[in-house]
Design a protein around this ligand. Structure first.
Ligand SMILES: Nc1nc2c(ncn2[C@@H]2O[C@H](COP(=O)(O)OP(=O)(O)OP(=O)(O)O)[C@@H](O)[C@H]2O)c(=O)[nH]1
Ligand SMILES: [Mg+2]
Length: 320
């Protein structure tokens, strides 16, 4: 990796499709198998519902889709592809309104984005990737190493600072993260930063002392700027499946999550969780990660995602 501007040589859709292949082959193969055995009868619909649940889309969504297929009076002659199309359309409809970038509000000086999540979901990497995108947009960005527990975590963010070409605001290992963010916002305000992206330590949602510390961080931010943090972005690892739901539940209670980033869609066989998350929380999806490199964070596109998941081309969705 280097600090050059990202080269988007692969089409985004190809990358997403390749990334979603493990999820889509599980679904696509499953749908094909059900069809080969029996065509679309009541038993097949039940199997389809079970397949969607096992692919992490969740029981509510699975039941909705099954009802929708029933209402279309699909029968033995229905093709497997047309079922995938119906599902892709329904997934896309559910997700469409949630695709939303992080919008920096120029009246916030700076716009403070707090990144939270359990260990290893991709917070630090995502902060670095966002910083690069914002810098390309011409924003003055600082990234804050509020994971002060591990020296390696600070160093990792310093590396991302070099790659993205933005300033890293840090303290010594073991320092109080609340003190650091207080100083960071005060300084960013004085120096005219547009955005501060705060990287926090990973914490399991059942560790109440660490969750309390996160709440304290938010209270301190609130003292410097009554509206800060302006965004609280929870980073989720798409490979964790159903556990992502309880992670969001816990962080939402503690700190009030305002949006999500889903990482590791490349190689996750459990990308269906995006649909379950949308159904349950209705939170904006700011971006998705499809790799470890600086360019591997892209806006979430509902059509591309649903087609990737159902192994269809986006053009298929436009057909009647
Ligand atoms: N394949 C893939 N790997 C990713 C993605 N995002 C992050 N990673 C990798 O996941 C690992 C963990 O990423 P970090 O950014 O360190 O995660 P974190 O949430 O900051 O971890 P902690 O600070 O330990 O809680 C690293 O090896 C990243 O390169 C992604 O979208 N795809
Ligand atoms: Mg980290």
């Amino acid at each position: 990796m280097n600090s050059d501007a990202p080269t988007y040589h692969d089409s985004w859709l190809d990358r997403l499709k390749a990334g979603l292949q493990r999820s889509s082959s599980k679904l696509g193969d499953g749908i094909a198998r059900i069809f080969m055995q029996r065509g679309l009868d009541t038993e097949a619909l039940q199997q389809l519902e079970d397949l969607l649940i096992s692919a992490d889309l969740g029981p509510t969504v699975a039941a909705d889709f099954s009802a929708s297929l029933t209402s279309r009076r699909f029968d033995q002659n229905t093709s497997e592809k047309s079922v995938r199309l119906v599902l892709a359309r329904e997934i896309s409809n559910k997700l469409q309104s949630l695709s939303m970038p992080i919008i920096l509000n120029p009246s916030h000086q700076p716009h403070v984005v707090l990144f939270v999540g359990v260990n290893g979901t991709g917070k630090t990497t995502t902060v670095g990737k966002f910083a690069k995108q914002m810098i390309i947009n011409g924003d003055k960005v600082g990234i804050v190493a509020a994971d002060t527990f591990r020296a390696a975590a600070i160093e990792q963010l310093v590396e991302w600072g070099k790659r993205s070409g933005c300033e890293v605001i840090r303290s010594d290992t073991g320092a109080d993260p609340s003190g650091l963010v207080y100083d960071a916002v005060t300084r960013a305000r004085a120096e005219g930063f547009d955005a501060l992206l705060i990287d926090t330590a990973g914490r399991l949602h059942n560790m109440s002392n660490l969750m309390d510390e996160l709440a304290k961080l938010a209270r301190v931010l609130h003292k410097v700027d009554a509206n800060a943090p302006h965004d609280v972005v929870q980073v989720l690892d798409a490979t964790t499946g159903q556990n992502a739901l309880s992670q969001v539940e816990a962080f939402r209670k503690t700190i009030g999550v305002t949006g999500l980033v889903i990482t590791k869609l490349d190689g996750s066989a459990r990308a269906g969780i995006v649909v379950a998350l949308a159904e349950r929380f209705n939170l904006p999806i700011h971006a998705v990660g499809v790799g470890e490199d600086i360019q591997d964070l892209r806006a979430f596109n509902a059509n591309e995602f649903s087609c990737g998941l159902m192994n269809l081309d986006v053009a298929d969705l436009e057909q009647k």
